[in-house]
Design a protein around this ligand. Sequence first.
Ligand code: SF4
Length: 270
Amino acid sequence: MTEDPFADVEDFIRQRFEENFQQLTLESGHTLTADVKETALQQVLLYWRKLRHVAERVTDTEVRLSLPNQTSPQGREFTIEGVVDIVRADDQTVMYDIKTHDADYVRANLELYKQQLNVYAHIWQELRGEPLDGMAVIATDFPHAVKDALANPDPLALPAALQAWQPLVPIEYDPAHKDRTLYAFGETVDKIESGEFAPPPLERLNETIPGALTHERFGTRICRQCDARFSCASYRQYARGSRQVGERRMTYFTDDQPDQELWRDAGLSG
Ligand code: SF4
């Protein structure tokens, strides 16, 4: 018998994670750097450790919700789709949306999440005729305290950090959010169909994001994850920035990062 009652489950998660990773790498021709892959695995494992009580009670997993026949402000038809998990227990039905964002960011930008989940709630209740008693976002990006604890040799550090972590963010049901979201989606559909792809101005990239790490800006938090950044005029301006900061940012364009060899190899063999 193993000492840790959940060791078998975590071994299973590691194995499935690796299988999924290999499959996605083959399908896409892209890979992840070693540190990003390890962080992704840690997110899954810690999600399990912290929210086992939710994960074990999920009754409907990866439920695909679809809202067809929507019309944009300029008269174009579009469909909204989303994927959620459902827990039906103790005469209650709760909808969960798993996000790879951190909980502080979700709480500070709650309006964005309310809009999205209220559309899903509308589909679930009004179109499917299913009951719904609550909604929540599960924010799987663990905080710095947990990251520090993972590197701390003290065996009590991680349990204490996990205890303090609050990744569940309840979302209030408000049908008015659904209409605003549908309108905003429609506006985006019109822009895409009209070929309007201009990036936001530099001022937007310099704005500090609410709930993000101290002084983290849009250009750092959002743009650095964006595949279009190397051909984006606003990001180029942002990367030049002030001289000192700009030099650091410009390394994104100019320097070989240690794991770039791995990315290149994966791209060539994909
Ligand atoms: S880098 Fe991407 S996210 Fe940032 S402004 Fe340009 S297109 Fe938008």
